[in-house]
Write a protein that binds this ligand. Structure first.
Ligand code: NAD
Length: 364
Protein backbone atom coordinates (compact mmCIF):
# COMPACT_ATOMS: atom_id res chain seq x y z
CA UNK A 1 0.00 0.00 0.00
CA UNK A 2 1.37 3.43 -1.02
CA UNK A 3 0.43 6.37 1.15
CA UNK A 4 0.36 9.65 -0.77
CA UNK A 5 -0.42 13.21 0.33
CA UNK A 6 -3.04 14.83 -1.89
CA UNK A 7 -3.24 18.64 -2.06
CA UNK A 8 -6.18 19.77 -4.23
CA UNK A 9 -4.94 23.39 -4.37
CA UNK A 10 -6.72 26.54 -5.58
CA UNK A 11 -8.73 27.59 -8.62
CA UNK A 12 -8.97 24.72 -11.11
CA UNK A 13 -6.69 22.61 -8.86
CA UNK A 14 -9.41 20.57 -7.12
CA UNK A 15 -11.04 19.74 -10.49
CA UNK A 16 -7.89 18.54 -12.27
CA UNK A 17 -6.52 16.76 -9.21
CA UNK A 18 -9.80 14.89 -8.78
CA UNK A 19 -9.51 13.74 -12.42
CA UNK A 20 -5.91 12.61 -11.79
CA UNK A 21 -6.91 10.78 -8.59
CA UNK A 22 -9.71 8.92 -10.41
CA UNK A 23 -7.35 7.89 -13.22
CA UNK A 24 -4.71 6.70 -10.75
CA UNK A 25 -7.34 4.72 -8.84
CA UNK A 26 -8.53 3.18 -12.11
CA UNK A 27 -5.11 1.54 -12.45
CA UNK A 28 -6.07 -0.37 -9.27
CA UNK A 29 -2.78 0.54 -7.66
CA UNK A 30 -3.03 0.27 -3.93
CA UNK A 31 -2.97 3.89 -2.69
CA UNK A 32 -4.24 5.56 0.42
CA UNK A 33 -4.61 9.33 0.03
CA UNK A 34 -4.00 11.74 2.85
CA UNK A 35 -5.88 14.89 1.77
CA UNK A 36 -4.36 18.18 2.94
CA UNK A 37 -5.52 21.69 2.16
CA UNK A 38 -3.09 24.48 1.31
CA UNK A 39 -3.55 27.84 -0.38
CA UNK A 40 -6.22 30.53 -0.39
CA UNK A 41 -8.93 28.55 1.41
CA UNK A 42 -6.83 27.75 4.46
CA UNK A 43 -5.28 31.20 4.53
CA UNK A 44 -8.67 32.53 5.65
CA UNK A 45 -9.38 29.82 8.23
CA UNK A 46 -5.85 29.15 9.54
CA UNK A 47 -4.03 32.41 8.88
CA UNK A 48 -1.37 30.72 6.75
CA UNK A 49 -1.58 29.26 3.24
CA UNK A 50 0.64 26.38 4.26
CA UNK A 51 -0.25 24.95 7.66
CA UNK A 52 2.44 22.83 9.32
CA UNK A 53 0.48 19.60 8.89
CA UNK A 54 0.80 19.87 5.08
CA UNK A 55 4.60 19.69 5.19
CA UNK A 56 4.48 17.09 7.96
CA UNK A 57 2.23 14.90 5.81
CA UNK A 58 4.56 15.13 2.78
CA UNK A 59 7.59 14.43 4.97
CA UNK A 60 5.88 11.37 6.43
CA UNK A 61 4.54 9.98 3.14
CA UNK A 62 7.50 11.16 1.03
CA UNK A 63 5.22 11.53 -2.00
CA UNK A 64 2.50 14.05 -2.88
CA UNK A 65 0.16 14.88 -5.74
CA UNK A 66 -0.50 18.59 -5.72
CA UNK A 67 -2.82 21.02 -7.49
CA UNK A 68 -1.73 24.55 -8.40
CA UNK A 69 -1.84 27.19 -5.68
CA UNK A 70 -2.58 30.86 -6.28
CA UNK A 71 0.14 33.37 -5.38
CA UNK A 72 -1.02 37.00 -5.36
CA UNK A 73 1.20 39.15 -7.60
CA UNK A 74 3.27 41.94 -6.02
CA UNK A 75 1.89 41.78 -2.48
CA UNK A 76 0.54 39.24 0.05
CA UNK A 77 1.98 35.88 1.04
CA UNK A 78 5.01 34.40 -0.65
CA UNK A 79 4.57 31.49 -3.01
CA UNK A 80 3.43 28.30 -1.27
CA UNK A 81 4.98 26.38 -4.13
CA UNK A 82 8.40 27.88 -3.54
CA UNK A 83 7.97 27.34 0.22
CA UNK A 84 7.19 23.62 -0.24
CA UNK A 85 10.14 23.14 -2.59
CA UNK A 86 12.52 24.87 -0.21
CA UNK A 87 11.21 23.29 3.00
CA UNK A 88 11.55 19.78 1.55
CA UNK A 89 14.69 20.57 -0.44
CA UNK A 90 13.04 19.44 -3.67
CA UNK A 91 15.97 20.63 -5.72
CA UNK A 92 14.93 19.10 -9.04
CA UNK A 93 12.04 20.33 -11.14
CA UNK A 94 11.60 17.82 -13.95
CA UNK A 95 9.41 18.91 -16.85
CA UNK A 96 9.11 16.63 -19.88
CA UNK A 97 7.85 18.28 -23.10
CA UNK A 98 6.98 15.63 -25.67
CA UNK A 99 4.73 16.15 -28.68
CA UNK A 100 1.70 13.86 -28.75
CA UNK A 101 0.33 12.47 -32.00
CA UNK A 102 -3.07 14.01 -32.63
CA UNK A 103 -2.11 17.44 -31.30
CA UNK A 104 -1.36 20.13 -33.89
CA UNK A 105 2.13 21.47 -33.51
CA UNK A 106 4.70 22.64 -36.06
CA UNK A 107 7.15 20.40 -34.16
CA UNK A 108 5.74 16.84 -34.02
CA UNK A 109 9.15 15.37 -33.16
CA UNK A 110 9.87 17.39 -30.04
CA UNK A 111 10.94 15.24 -27.12
CA UNK A 112 12.62 17.48 -24.57
CA UNK A 113 13.27 17.10 -20.87
CA UNK A 114 13.75 20.27 -18.87
CA UNK A 115 15.66 19.90 -15.62
CA UNK A 116 15.33 23.08 -13.60
CA UNK A 117 17.17 23.84 -10.37
CA UNK A 118 14.35 24.40 -7.90
CA UNK A 119 15.66 26.03 -4.72
CA UNK A 120 18.14 28.81 -5.56
CA UNK A 121 18.54 31.75 -7.94
CA UNK A 122 16.15 34.71 -7.67
CA UNK A 123 13.56 32.33 -6.16
CA UNK A 124 15.56 32.18 -2.91
CA UNK A 125 13.18 34.99 -1.89
CA UNK A 126 15.84 37.35 -0.53
CA UNK A 127 14.27 40.63 -1.48
CA UNK A 128 14.55 44.19 -0.21
CA UNK A 129 11.50 46.38 -0.66
CA UNK A 130 11.79 49.92 -1.92
CA UNK A 131 11.96 52.28 1.06
CA UNK A 132 12.26 49.48 3.67
CA UNK A 133 14.77 49.59 6.56
CA UNK A 134 16.60 46.55 5.23
CA UNK A 135 16.87 48.15 1.79
CA UNK A 136 18.32 51.29 3.40
CA UNK A 137 20.89 49.13 5.28
CA UNK A 138 21.80 47.36 2.08
CA UNK A 139 22.16 50.71 0.30
CA UNK A 140 24.56 51.93 3.00
CA UNK A 141 26.58 48.74 2.83
CA UNK A 142 26.79 48.96 -0.95
CA UNK A 143 27.89 52.58 -0.68
CA UNK A 144 30.88 51.45 1.39
CA UNK A 145 31.71 49.12 -1.48
CA UNK A 146 31.45 52.09 -3.88
CA UNK A 147 28.26 50.71 -5.40
CA UNK A 148 25.53 53.30 -5.68
CA UNK A 149 22.00 51.92 -5.31
CA UNK A 150 19.53 54.69 -5.99
CA UNK A 151 17.11 55.85 -3.25
CA UNK A 152 14.08 54.51 -5.06
CA UNK A 153 15.47 51.04 -5.80
CA UNK A 154 14.25 47.63 -4.67
CA UNK A 155 16.65 44.70 -4.73
CA UNK A 156 16.61 40.94 -5.07
CA UNK A 157 19.49 38.52 -4.51
CA UNK A 158 20.37 35.93 -7.07
CA UNK A 159 21.92 32.99 -5.22
CA UNK A 160 23.76 30.32 -7.20
CA UNK A 161 25.92 27.90 -5.22
CA UNK A 162 28.48 25.31 -6.29
CA UNK A 163 26.66 22.60 -4.37
CA UNK A 164 23.25 23.57 -5.78
CA UNK A 165 24.63 23.66 -9.33
CA UNK A 166 26.65 20.45 -9.19
CA UNK A 167 23.80 18.43 -7.69
CA UNK A 168 21.30 19.54 -10.37
CA UNK A 169 23.94 18.89 -13.05
CA UNK A 170 24.61 15.42 -11.66
CA UNK A 171 20.88 14.69 -11.66
CA UNK A 172 20.65 15.82 -15.32
CA UNK A 173 23.49 13.54 -16.47
CA UNK A 174 22.30 10.58 -14.43
CA UNK A 175 18.79 11.13 -15.81
CA UNK A 176 20.24 11.17 -19.34
CA UNK A 177 22.01 7.84 -18.71
CA UNK A 178 18.94 6.21 -17.09
CA UNK A 179 16.61 7.29 -19.90
CA UNK A 180 19.01 6.62 -22.78
CA UNK A 181 19.26 10.27 -23.71
CA UNK A 182 22.26 11.43 -25.71
CA UNK A 183 22.83 15.08 -24.96
CA UNK A 184 22.69 17.59 -22.11
CA UNK A 185 22.59 21.33 -22.80
CA UNK A 186 23.34 23.80 -19.99
CA UNK A 187 21.46 27.08 -20.33
CA UNK A 188 22.82 30.28 -18.76
CA UNK A 189 23.69 33.95 -19.18
CA UNK A 190 27.29 33.63 -18.03
CA UNK A 191 28.46 36.27 -20.50
CA UNK A 192 26.69 38.93 -18.40
CA UNK A 193 26.28 37.34 -14.93
CA UNK A 194 29.81 36.07 -14.67
CA UNK A 195 29.79 35.34 -10.94
CA UNK A 196 26.45 33.54 -10.66
CA UNK A 197 25.72 32.03 -14.07
CA UNK A 198 29.47 31.66 -14.57
CA UNK A 199 29.57 29.45 -11.47
CA UNK A 200 26.57 27.45 -12.70
CA UNK A 201 28.21 26.83 -16.07
CA UNK A 202 31.55 25.88 -14.49
CA UNK A 203 29.76 23.44 -12.17
CA UNK A 204 27.83 21.76 -15.00
CA UNK A 205 31.02 21.55 -17.10
CA UNK A 206 32.85 19.90 -14.21
CA UNK A 207 30.13 17.27 -13.78
CA UNK A 208 29.94 16.74 -17.56
CA UNK A 209 33.54 15.46 -17.44
CA UNK A 210 32.35 12.53 -15.32
CA UNK A 211 29.91 11.45 -18.07
CA UNK A 212 31.94 11.05 -21.28
CA UNK A 213 29.14 9.02 -22.93
CA UNK A 214 26.74 11.96 -22.84
CA UNK A 215 27.39 14.84 -25.21
CA UNK A 216 27.57 18.19 -23.48
CA UNK A 217 27.11 21.72 -24.78
CA UNK A 218 25.94 25.07 -23.44
CA UNK A 219 23.74 27.85 -24.77
CA UNK A 220 23.12 31.43 -23.70
CA UNK A 221 19.49 31.63 -22.63
CA UNK A 222 18.31 34.19 -25.22
CA UNK A 223 19.86 32.23 -28.07
CA UNK A 224 18.37 29.04 -26.56
CA UNK A 225 14.87 30.55 -26.69
CA UNK A 226 15.28 31.46 -30.34
CA UNK A 227 16.64 28.03 -31.23
CA UNK A 228 13.84 26.31 -29.33
CA UNK A 229 11.19 28.04 -31.42
CA UNK A 230 13.13 27.33 -34.62
CA UNK A 231 14.46 23.79 -34.18
CA UNK A 232 13.44 22.28 -30.83
CA UNK A 233 13.93 18.74 -32.22
CA UNK A 234 17.66 19.39 -32.12
CA UNK A 235 17.68 19.39 -28.29
CA UNK A 236 17.38 16.61 -25.76
CA UNK A 237 17.92 17.29 -22.02
CA UNK A 238 18.21 20.92 -20.85
CA UNK A 239 19.61 21.84 -17.43
CA UNK A 240 18.92 25.35 -16.16
CA UNK A 241 19.01 27.54 -13.06
CA UNK A 242 15.63 28.25 -11.48
CA UNK A 243 14.37 31.37 -13.30
CA UNK A 244 15.41 30.39 -16.84
CA UNK A 245 14.05 26.91 -16.13
CA UNK A 246 10.67 28.31 -15.19
CA UNK A 247 10.42 30.45 -18.31
CA UNK A 248 11.96 28.05 -20.82
CA UNK A 249 9.82 25.13 -19.62
CA UNK A 250 6.61 27.09 -20.28
CA UNK A 251 8.00 27.93 -23.71
CA UNK A 252 8.61 24.22 -24.30
CA UNK A 253 5.07 23.38 -23.08
CA UNK A 254 3.81 25.83 -25.71
CA UNK A 255 5.77 24.00 -28.42
CA UNK A 256 3.93 20.75 -27.77
CA UNK A 257 0.37 21.92 -27.27
CA UNK A 258 0.22 24.11 -24.18
CA UNK A 259 0.07 24.01 -20.40
CA UNK A 260 -2.89 21.63 -20.44
CA UNK A 261 -0.50 18.84 -21.46
CA UNK A 262 2.54 19.66 -19.29
CA UNK A 263 3.29 17.52 -16.22
CA UNK A 264 6.06 18.00 -13.67
CA UNK A 265 7.86 16.42 -10.74
CA UNK A 266 9.64 18.18 -7.86
CA UNK A 267 12.25 15.77 -6.57
CA UNK A 268 14.62 15.70 -3.61
CA UNK A 269 16.43 13.09 -1.54
CA UNK A 270 13.65 12.90 1.04
CA UNK A 271 10.41 13.62 -0.84
CA UNK A 272 8.76 14.06 -4.23
CA UNK A 273 5.83 16.30 -5.20
CA UNK A 274 4.05 15.83 -8.53
CA UNK A 275 1.98 18.63 -10.05
CA UNK A 276 0.84 20.05 -13.38
CA UNK A 277 3.08 22.87 -14.65
CA UNK A 278 0.08 25.17 -15.00
CA UNK A 279 -1.26 27.54 -12.37
CA UNK A 280 -4.68 27.83 -10.77
CA UNK A 281 -6.29 29.49 -13.86
CA UNK A 282 -8.76 31.34 -11.58
CA UNK A 283 -11.02 32.49 -14.41
CA UNK A 284 -11.95 28.87 -15.18
CA UNK A 285 -12.33 27.68 -11.57
CA UNK A 286 -15.43 25.58 -10.95
CA UNK A 287 -16.33 25.35 -14.65
CA UNK A 288 -15.18 21.76 -15.28
CA UNK A 289 -13.56 23.10 -18.43
CA UNK A 290 -9.77 23.03 -18.30
CA UNK A 291 -7.57 20.21 -19.49
CA UNK A 292 -6.98 17.58 -16.78
CA UNK A 293 -4.24 15.85 -18.82
CA UNK A 294 -1.34 17.79 -17.26
CA UNK A 295 -2.49 16.63 -13.81
CA UNK A 296 -3.14 13.09 -15.07
CA UNK A 297 0.30 12.91 -16.69
CA UNK A 298 1.80 14.17 -13.41
CA UNK A 299 -0.03 11.21 -11.84
CA UNK A 300 1.79 8.94 -14.31
CA UNK A 301 5.13 10.41 -13.19
CA UNK A 302 4.04 9.73 -9.60
CA UNK A 303 3.21 6.09 -10.41
CA UNK A 304 6.64 5.68 -12.03
CA UNK A 305 8.27 7.16 -8.92
CA UNK A 306 6.39 4.61 -6.79
CA UNK A 307 7.91 1.84 -8.90
CA UNK A 308 4.68 1.19 -10.83
CA UNK A 309 6.31 1.54 -14.25
CA UNK A 310 3.74 -0.54 -16.19
CA UNK A 311 0.83 1.42 -14.72
CA UNK A 312 2.59 4.71 -15.47
CA UNK A 313 3.08 3.63 -19.09
CA UNK A 314 -0.56 2.56 -19.31
CA UNK A 315 -1.77 5.96 -18.10
CA UNK A 316 0.51 7.74 -20.60
CA UNK A 317 -0.69 5.46 -23.40
CA UNK A 318 -4.34 6.01 -22.48
CA UNK A 319 -3.82 9.80 -22.63
CA UNK A 320 -1.94 9.42 -25.94
CA UNK A 321 -4.71 7.24 -27.41
CA UNK A 322 -7.42 9.73 -26.47
CA UNK A 323 -5.41 12.52 -28.10
CA UNK A 324 -4.74 10.51 -31.27
CA UNK A 325 -8.39 9.66 -31.68
CA UNK A 326 -9.11 13.33 -31.16
CA UNK A 327 -12.84 13.06 -30.49
CA UNK A 328 -12.80 14.09 -26.86
CA UNK A 329 -10.65 17.03 -25.90
CA UNK A 330 -10.90 20.15 -23.77
CA UNK A 331 -11.10 23.58 -25.40
CA UNK A 332 -7.34 24.23 -25.31
CA UNK A 333 -6.25 21.22 -27.38
CA UNK A 334 -5.67 21.91 -31.06
CA UNK A 335 -6.55 18.50 -32.39
CA UNK A 336 -5.55 17.23 -35.83
CA UNK A 337 -8.91 15.44 -35.95
CA UNK A 338 -11.81 17.02 -37.88
CA UNK A 339 -14.30 15.39 -35.52
CA UNK A 340 -12.87 16.90 -32.36
CA UNK A 341 -15.49 17.98 -29.80
CA UNK A 342 -14.80 20.39 -26.99
CA UNK A 343 -15.83 18.48 -23.87
CA UNK A 344 -15.50 18.91 -20.10
CA UNK A 345 -12.57 17.97 -17.85
CA UNK A 346 -14.52 15.08 -16.34
CA UNK A 347 -15.52 13.72 -19.76
CA UNK A 348 -11.86 13.67 -20.80
CA UNK A 349 -10.93 11.89 -17.57
CA UNK A 350 -13.76 9.36 -18.09
CA UNK A 351 -12.54 8.67 -21.62
CA UNK A 352 -8.99 8.13 -20.36
CA UNK A 353 -10.28 5.80 -17.65
CA UNK A 354 -12.18 3.73 -20.25
CA UNK A 355 -9.02 3.40 -22.36
CA UNK A 356 -6.98 2.54 -19.33
CA UNK A 357 -9.35 -0.22 -18.29
CA UNK A 358 -9.15 -1.72 -21.80
CA UNK A 359 -5.36 -1.48 -21.82
CA UNK A 360 -5.01 -3.07 -18.39
CA UNK A 361 -7.54 -5.82 -19.19
CA UNK A 362 -5.46 -6.77 -22.24
CA UNK A 363 -2.21 -6.81 -20.29
CA UNK A 364 -3.60 -8.83 -17.34
P1 NAD B 1 -2.01 29.68 -15.32
O1 NAD B 1 -1.18 28.50 -15.64
O2 NAD B 1 -3.03 29.52 -14.25
O3 NAD B 1 -2.75 30.17 -16.64
C1 NAD B 1 -2.03 30.53 -17.83
C2 NAD B 1 -2.93 30.28 -19.04
O4 NAD B 1 -3.06 28.88 -19.27
C3 NAD B 1 -4.36 30.81 -18.84
O5 NAD B 1 -4.85 31.24 -20.09
C4 NAD B 1 -5.10 29.58 -18.38
O6 NAD B 1 -6.47 29.62 -18.63
C5 NAD B 1 -4.41 28.47 -19.19
N1 NAD B 1 -4.45 27.19 -18.50
C6 NAD B 1 -3.88 26.89 -17.31
N2 NAD B 1 -4.12 25.62 -17.00
C7 NAD B 1 -4.83 25.10 -18.00
C8 NAD B 1 -5.38 23.80 -18.25
N3 NAD B 1 -5.24 22.79 -17.39
N4 NAD B 1 -6.10 23.62 -19.38
C9 NAD B 1 -6.27 24.62 -20.25
N5 NAD B 1 -5.78 25.86 -20.08
C10 NAD B 1 -5.05 26.09 -18.97
O7 NAD B 1 -0.99 30.86 -14.99
P2 NAD B 1 -1.24 32.31 -14.36
O8 NAD B 1 -2.53 32.87 -14.85
O9 NAD B 1 0.02 33.02 -14.61
O10 NAD B 1 -1.33 32.03 -12.81
C11 NAD B 1 -2.53 31.89 -12.06
C12 NAD B 1 -2.16 31.63 -10.62
O11 NAD B 1 -1.53 30.36 -10.50
C13 NAD B 1 -1.16 32.65 -10.05
O12 NAD B 1 -1.55 32.95 -8.74
C14 NAD B 1 0.16 31.91 -10.05
O13 NAD B 1 1.03 32.36 -9.06
C15 NAD B 1 -0.31 30.49 -9.77
N6 NAD B 1 0.63 29.46 -10.26
C16 NAD B 1 0.79 28.39 -9.47
C17 NAD B 1 1.61 27.36 -9.90
C18 NAD B 1 1.78 26.16 -9.00
O14 NAD B 1 1.03 26.02 -8.04
N7 NAD B 1 2.73 25.29 -9.26
C19 NAD B 1 2.24 27.42 -11.15
C20 NAD B 1 2.02 28.53 -11.96
C21 NAD B 1 1.21 29.56 -11.51
Amino acid sequence: MHRVTLIPGDGVGPEVIDCARRVIEATRVSIEWEVKEAGEKVLESKGTPIPGDVLESIKRNKVALKGPITTPIGTGFRSVNVAIRKALDLYVNLRPAKAFHGVKTPFPDVDLVIIRENTEDLYAGIEFEQGSKSMEKLRQFMKEEAIDLSDDAACSFKIISWEGSTRIARFAFEYAIRHRRKRVTAVHKANIMKATDGLFLKAVRTIANEFPDIQFEDRIVDNMCMQLVQKPEAYDVLVLPNLYGDIVSDLCAGLVGGLGLAPSANLGERAAVFEPVHGSAPKYAGQNKVNPMAAILSGALLLRHLGEEKLAEAVEKAVGDVLVEGKMATYDVKSTSEESLSVSSTQVADEIIDRLKDLLAVSR
